[in-house]
Design a binder for this molecule. Sequence first.
Ligand code: CP
Ligand code: NVA
Length: 323
Amino acid sequence: MLNLENYKAEKPFNQEHLICLQDYSKDEIYQVLSLALKLKDMKKMNIPHPILKGKTLAMIFTKSSTRTRVSFEVGIHQLGGYGLFLSSDDIQIGRGETIEDTAKVLSRYVDGIMIRTYEQSDVAALAEHGTVPVINGLTDSFHPCQILADLLTIYEAKRQLSGLKLAYIGDGNNVANSLIIGCTKVGMDIAVGCPKGYEPNNTVINMGIENSKISGCSITITNSPIDAIKDADVVYTDVWASMGQEEEKNIRDEIFSSYQVNKKLFSCAKSDAIFLHCLPAYRGKEVTADIIDGPNSLVFDEAENRLHVQKAVMVLLMQERRI
Ligand code: CP
Ligand code: NVA
């Protein structure tokens, strides 16, 4: 039985960055979740925990955000540090300064960099050319912080991870890609139900297949939302048009209409299935209000857990500067 409250690490945490969850072992993912639970408890009990006193996190955003921005800024503050919000509209990256130079310059000032942007390769380049930990706050390809929060939420609700089935219904996007990696790392069956042509990235599916062989779970990609959701313990969806795909919105609304998570579809999952959504959500599009605002929905616990897991990630990566 998984006991993340008292999790004993198998090996020392050995990551310098959080660029993609594929770089993390199951043991390292559990270490993040376990520390997140401890930090969550301390916050609820009003116990100060200034573990990163005096440290500064630069937060670069080239896309919009509510949860990621606020949870990182509040999180570093609760840890005794300082969060520096850097919008690409204001810094020189927006005028063409290279990622390489930005990485080298910021590394002289700050103790960690969180970035939300388009290209996954830009996150990797920041890590390669800088000398401080880099955290991926979402790219077109991945959203690892989100999936850590999702796994924590699932664990809190079900007291287990491996042996459960998660059904992701909708676009094979950054969140779907990271869910495939996260679920298959921890041994959760994952089924993705998406329209033809909107499947998750093939390289990611192959990573998931390799992970599933080690963790002993299954991975299914289907164009049938009913097949995907059948007997699921966790039902997950995300927007049909991600940031950067605004022009495709109308066509996507048509293509995805039969992938809406509504009462009828949700009834094919297990009766005690929980509903998750990374948010922001569009009621009446990818999910109906009766589901997202209904008794099985944990979307606001999930949003809160962004704070706790990211604090754990920052502590594990930034406590000692190891690069
Ligand atoms: N889920 C998520 O990342 O939300 P934001 O876009 O508001 O940061
Ligand atoms: N897939 C969405 C996630 C938002 C948190 C997007 O990239 O816009």
